[in-house]
Design a protein. Structure first.
Length: 139
């Protein structure tokens, strides 16, 4: 079972309805990065950290936390308003990468890779790694 499918089964078993891919904006990603790094944090601790590093007031942070809960990206547990990520970082990376490729490259992964690699100065080791990855793909 792939990681996304495992997450879907887990989230369904937790009573979380998964209706669509979760898209997150930069501010939401800041909070999710904290949770992915720390597993769980109290909302008050999230607010303190975000205030220190980004400058948001507590109410702004709580509003973003509420939005993340509404989107299904975050789970809140009591007591203590303990927050945990309900979606993996890998899932968000996959969703955002697909959205970017769809938006900028009409959904063509090969166009994206070709355009991106043309602009890179790759080492021999990086080229060999890319060749290995491609050779392992099943056709």
């Amino acid at each position: 079972m792939n990681t996304d499918r495992k997450e879907l089964v887990f989230r369904e078993s937790m009573g979380i309805c998964v209706m669509k891919e979760i898209r997150l904006h930069e501010g939401e990603l800041n909070i999710m990065e904290l949770l992915w790094s720390n597993k769980s944090l109290a909302a008050k601790d999230i607010a303190k950290i975000i205030k220190e590093y980004i400058g948001w007031e507590k109410n702004t942070t709580y509003t973003v936390i509420k939005r993340l809960i509404d989107k299904g990206a975050l789970i809140r547990e009591d007591p203590g308003f303990l927050c945990k990520a309900a979606i993996s970082k890998r899932s968000v990376q996959n969703i955002e990468t697909k959205a970017l490729i769809n938006q900028l490259y009409s959904g063509s992964l090969s166009k994206f890779i070709v355009d991106y690699l043309k602009e890179q100065e790759l080492s021999k080791a990086e080229i060999m790694e890319l060749e290995r990855i491609i050779s392992e793909q099943k056709f």
